[in-house]
Design a protein around this ligand. Sequence first.
Ligand code: UDP
Ligand code: MG
Length: 313
Amino acid sequence: MDISIVVPLFNEDESLPHLAEWITRVMKENNFTYEVLMIDDGSKDGSWGVIERLAAENPCYKGVKFRRNYGKSAALNVGFTHAQGDVVITMDADLQDSPDEVPELYRMIKEDGYDLVSGWKKKRYDSKIAKNIPSKLFNATTRRMSGIKLHDFNCGLKAYRRDVVKSIEVYGEMHRYIPVIAKWAGFGKIGEKVVQHRKREFGTTKFGMNRFINGYLDLMSIMFISKFGKQPMHFFGTVGSISGLFGLISLTVVIILRLTHVISLTRSVWFYLSMLFLILGVMLFLAGFLGELICRNSSTRNQYLIEKELLNK
Ligand code: UDP
Ligand code: MG
């Protein structure tokens, strides 16, 4: 199968029939063999009914319905598990992403050898204050922290080699950082394509203001887990040692000064600071140690992503 199109959706029953018609037309025109995986993220409207109808009319259409709303990342993750196409393309359901981009995205993965191609909504049709400006800031930060040169990390329209989606796990609100996750999994050839963006015709946006806070917290966890996820001691141990050492030295100085009657112990602020750093150091060290113990017991501690093998079995 050439292409799997994964569409996460939450209350999009008005858009779905138009989207499906458009996708089918593009696929037919280009003679692709394909499947469309519609992942209904717990919609309360008629979305699932539309999906059932589409699947009955065209066997290329498939659907999964969540019992409740788990979020876009969860929907994508389930779509990735089921996808069978050589190239997997994700697309929002709200008609803001154009299926006409699919053939070129497919070509970039197949012929130019990209692992992942991300869409770039260069001209964006969303509200300036709520979306465009915050998203510039978000993209600049993510670019700096991850070293990936993309303009638009959070674009819903992306194409992947099948290997990539089978090797990564997306949860929480991590869908914003899929290129970062893919890079850390070892898929470094990441490309970008300017894509058409359109105004939302039906329904409203599903992401409110809390996405800013969650977005940054998720970036922190991704960076932390990718760097220290398998060696928590490297982080906690370092910070803990520095703090503990500092506490120990300053406590020694304070005690010497006390013994030579220069200062009184309990009235010196240095005494309390020394104790604080000493205790902090021990606690950080313990956190690192506990982290290591947890890692040792994790069932995935020895799971590595293997690209090629030459084993005579
Ligand atoms: N979506 C989803 N689950 C959610 C929120 C959103 O599956 O909890 C889907 C939504 O239906 C759409 C896509 O994710 O297909 C992008 O959402 P939206 O268009 O609201 O985001 P925006 O374009 O405003 O950033
Ligand atoms: Mg949208």
